[in-house]
Design a protein around this ligand. Structure first.
Ligand code: CO
Length: 214
């Protein structure tokens, strides 16, 4: 494992090499950011937003927490969403989960870790909502399905915020996407739950859940 001093050294080399390739890169970014995407992902160290979609600094506004949850009263996530939608005017919000998510597995198994159990209760709520889909599955399969269902439910939660509903009400073009990442091959999959208008939310979510069961 590298030391913190090595990280600072890595940074110096990286900044020098970026500036060598494009002298305007940092001055341009320092003046403003104009990302087209807002990413809501898991805090898991193996799912770095920019890297897995090939985006440079300045191209994606990122919020990450344990198990990529969008909780109705989480001012941290909602503030980032509001800034992304109203100030940065992103056109796309991407909720990205991943298979093998420790938070999802802990919630499914009812494991106890302390304070975080209260956060993970939101995933247990998702599981309870979809128990008819999950109950017949083998444990590992059920955990992966719950990772997918959790993304679909968080897309619904984003779409139901006042922030997104007001944006659609103003006629702002904004699409909410649900993707899932596989740690074992580095591939993203679109769960095809994309919502871009108020009336679509439940229908798109139900169709995406049905598609999982096929
Ligand atoms: Co995770």
């Amino acid at each position: 494992m590298p030391t913190p001093a090595q990280l600072l050294e890595n940074n110096r080399r990286w900044a020098e090499s970026v500036a060598r390739d494009d002298a305007d890169f940092f001055p341009t970014l320092a003046a403003q950011q104009q990302p087209g995407f807002f990413w809501i992902g898991c805090a898991d160290s193996r799912v770095p937003a920019n890297q897995i979609v090939g985006l440079a600094p300045g191209e994606v506004f990122v919020h990450r927490n344990v198990a990529n949850l969008v909780v109705h009263t989480d001012l941290n996530c909602l503030s980032a969403l509001q800034y992304a939608v109203e100030v940065l005017q992103v056109g796309h919000v991407i909720v990205c989960g991943h298979y093998g998510c420790g938070g999802v597995c802990a919630a499914w198994e009812g494991a106890r870790f302390g304070l975080i159990d209260n956060w993970l209760r939101h995933i247990e709520d998702v599981a309870e909502r979809h128990m008819d889909v999950l109950r017949p599955l083998e444990p590992r399969h059920a955990q992966n399905r719950l990772c997918e269902l959790n993304v679909i439910e968080q897309v619904r939660n984003v779409a139901r915020t006042t922030i997104v509903q007001d944006a659609w009400g103003r006629g702002q073009e904004l699409a909410i996407h649900g993707w899932i990442y596989a740690l074992d091959d580095g591939r993203l999959r679109d769960l095809e739950v994309t919502v871009s208008a108020l009336g679509e939310i439940d229908q798109r979510a139900q169709a995406a859940v049905r598609a999982l069961s096929d």
